[in-house]
Design a protein around this ligand. Structure first.
Ligand code: FAD
Ligand code: SF4
Length: 477
């Protein structure tokens, strides 16, 4: 048997940068996916690496045996966004794979994508039986991103009446407003969002809680609330010149382009930051016609967010293939301009200092200032939760971390009984799979809460109940 990983091919970088929606990775064919799934040794080490604890070897075996329907069901026990995660999950499971040091980890993410793209009708395949818990309480979900929608799915298949309030005009959250189409197809998001909502949850678009509906009303009208608002407040720097025309925060920049706005980026774009938002802003700039894109990050390449991981390597490879340039270890000192329009970035070089605190710290060397010219500057310098929609008297009763994330217990309940939270607003990883894992724990927590408060009679052993099919171990056994 050949134990080497079946290579994942890329579409030609020269042609893919000409379009906003040509995918980067070529999907596996049937022979390739069968060969790759056959490499799995079934040890299960990867399960610990997955924030949602998906039964990875279970679905590899199903795929190896040609049973994609079973592969889909095994994923659904923990993940209603199989195609989304098959495209963009940072796949920490692969970093745990026993074969990682040998011939390459089993390509779990790419196999997942094959399943999702080759099972036509999720609903018919899953054959879900709605659990009868002896009651139909109501839950309001604030936010229609992956965490809110996953909770809507798990709760509605347990007979709970769910209303989702979404401030934008579409489902998906950062899956459609942040992540570009060339990494995550909009058809995949739409197909999976439509499916999760097909079990009876209502979604109200253009309804911002705090503006169109008061948060207090949700507490009055519903038996529990799940806050899944993500991190939508840009953290801008105070770099002089940040107010110049042509300087954007990455969330605005990506959000506008992802919503069809024709931003003119000019010839040269400088991106400030080093996480996946920076990489997406860089690559989307090329697709908006930039000839040169430079990512400027304050730390070293080996200290960038997500490093070391196979995902961070892949991200860098894909960007370098497209000729994105990098200047590591720099501190911008000024965005300079002319007539109110940005012309470039002045910066110091940094040295990386080990103070014995874990991560090396960037310290600017201030004796010389450098310059790069830029027609557009994009700050990919982070984002935070905006909890201003919660009235002060209620917010005071919800414990927050010093950085403003919501603190939750093991069932994702906040310190305010009946208010649950999950996704980017609570977890440290701030990726899709972690937000989905939160929604599973929160859904179970909400059902326990309903049992305790007499709203339902039973709590199911598992959130999802297939008419026929596999069961992975539950979150809570
Ligand atoms: C550019 C970029 C690239 C990324 N790339 C990846 C990647 O490759 N892989 C990965 O796993 N993760 C990636 N992420 C992170 C990922 O998108 C998030 O972790 C994930 O979307 C969080 O899900 P969520 O449901 O918590 O929040 P979100 O997806 O942010 O959804 C929150 C929803 O709540 C709505 N909302 C907010 N406030 C209100 C309100 N007051 N009333 C009503 N609605 C409200 C928002 O409109 C939004 O739809 C990326 C993020 C960005 C920005
Ligand atoms: S760690 Fe790798 S070899 Fe082991 S079960 Fe997971 S995918 Fe298979």
């Amino acid at each position: 048997m050949n134990y080497s990983r079946v290579p994942i091919k890329h579409f030609e970088p020269e042609s893919r940068v000409k379009s906003l929606d040509v995918q980067t990775l070529v999907p596996y064919g049937l022979e390739e996916v069968t060969a790759e799934a056959s490499r799995c040794l079934g040890c299960g080490l990867c399960i610990e690496g997955c924030p949602a604890r998906i039964d990875v070897p279970g679905f590899q075996i199903a795929v190896k045996n040609g049973n994609l329907e079973e592969g889909l069901k095994i994923n659904f026990e923990k993940l209603p966004f199989v195609g989304v995660c098959g495209s963009v999950c940072p796949h920490p499971c692969e970093d745990n794979c026993l074969l990682d040091d040998n011939k390459g980890p089993v390509a779990t993410r790419h196999i997942k994508r094959f399943i999702s793209e080759n099972v036509e009708d999720y609903r018919q395949t899953l054959d879900v039986v709605v659990n009868d818990l002896g009651g139909h309480p109501r839950v309001a979900i604030v936010g229609g991103g992956p965490s809110g929608l996953s909770a809507a799915f798990y709760l509605s298949i347990n007979g709970v009446r769910v209303d989702v309030f979404e401030q934008t005009d579409r489902p998906g959250g950062m899956m459609v407003h942040g992540i570009p189409d060339f990494r995550l197809s909009r058809n995949t998001v739409q197909k999976e969002a439509d499916h999760v909502l097909s079990y009876g949850a209502n979604i109200y678009y253009n309804k911002k809680i705090g503006r169109d509906v008061k948060f207090e009303e949700l507490l009055e009208r519903y038996d529990a609330v799940y806050i899944a608002i993500g991190n939508w407040k840009p953290s801008k720097t105070r770099t002089p010149g940040v107010e110049l025309k042509g300087v954007y925060h990455a969330l605005d920049f990506l959000g506008q382009i992802n919503n069809g706005k024709q931003i003119e980026v000019g010839n040269t774009v400088a991106i400030i930051g080093g996480g996946f938002t920076a990489f997406d802003a860089a690559r989307i700039s090329l697709r908006r016609g930039a000839k040169k894109v430079i990512v400027m990050y304050r730390r070293a390449v080996t200290d960038r967010p997500g490093y070391p991981s196979s995902n961070a390597e892949e991200e860098l490879d894909e960007a370098e293939e497209e000729r994105v340039q990098f200047i590591w270890e720099v501190t911008p000192t000024q965005y300079y301009g002319e007539n109110g329009k940005v012309k470039g970035v002045k910066y110091w070089k940094n040295e990386m200092v080990d103070r014995g605190t874990g991560r090396r710290e960037p310290v600017p060397i201030k004796d010389k200032e450098y310059t790069v010219e830029a027609d557009t500057v994009v700050e990919a310098t982070g984002q935070k939760a905006d909890l201003s929609f919660i009235p002060e008297d209620i917010r005071k009763r919800i414990n927050l971390t010093p950085s403003g994330d919501v603190i939750v217990n093991q069932y994702n309940m906040t310190s305010y009984p009946g208010i649950f939270a999950g996704g980017d607003v609570t977890n440290a990883r701030k990726d899709i799979i972690s937000g989905v894992a939160d929604s599973g724990r929160a859904s179970m927590g909400i059902l326990f809460y309903f049992k305790d408060t007499g709203k339902i009679e039973n709590v199911p052993a598992k959130l999802i109940n297939f008419e026929r099919g596999p069961y992975a171990e539950s979150y809570y056994l």
